[in-house]
Design a binder for this molecule. Sequence first.
Ligand SMILES: [Zn+2]
Length: 295
Amino acid sequence: MRFFRSCFLAAAMLAGGLCAAAPGTADPPPAAPSIRLATLRAARPLPPIRFLLTFDDGPDAGEDGSTPLILRQLADNPVTPGIKALFFVQTAHPRRGGGEAGKEQMHATCKAGHRLAVHSGLPDGHVSHTRLAPEELEASLLSGEADIIEQCRGAAQLVRPPNWAYDDAVQAVYRKLGLAMLMSDVNARDGKIYGWHISLRRRSHINSELAQVKVALSEQRLAPAGGVVPVVVSFHDTNDYTASHMTEYLQILVEEARDNGLALADPPFYTDGRQAERAARVRALSGVYARESWP
Ligand SMILES: [Zn+2]
């Protein structure tokens, strides 16, 4: 009887060798539950990841603007042609979406299949949502959404707070409007406000960010969507260095993911804007990321 119980256990642990042993063979001492769990966890392969690219602060419009330069590389690159991304825009600042060129750029970005969501709906632009009264924040988000809808068929039901600053009152307004707050797993740290405009260390930085992703994946902390785990990467499309090195960033992400032993989905980047938005909402509503602090 003891033998059969051991055999059942062993089968459950996918360690079938004991079952083949002749009756009368001495049972090995049962493994402690924590060791068995650790063995099972170690044996489970990591789920495939798909990079979900997000860009903050734009649009940066015009013939030589950073946003169109990024869009051209997302559309045509040697890694995954036709990448679709999420753009968290400043809809009313005169040098962003508030000017004529900015409006045209928002229209062009949506037309290319990307999804737009509000970063700021204020003419003053990049103001932390924590500095606004709840009714002021609500009005600015609704106005930002209306600005996007004017240029696009719809706005993504997502939001990213300027300066990554939020509190309970801010989140209550987001919830009231049905907006899911999306942070990120991998931060390119290319926001000019962080003083890392030109980064020669970007490869090692991305590598260490992806090492954190691997830990989070092995602990099953990142919510899957559609059979893959979307890994949210944040850039700033107002950064001209980011814009002129976008293709290189795509290659670095893929290469450093492999270097970390991560399995990449096929394709490794989202190529459908709606699918990217759905995946972003799953991650946003779970509220758990590989990073535990921002930026
Ligand atoms: Zn920002």
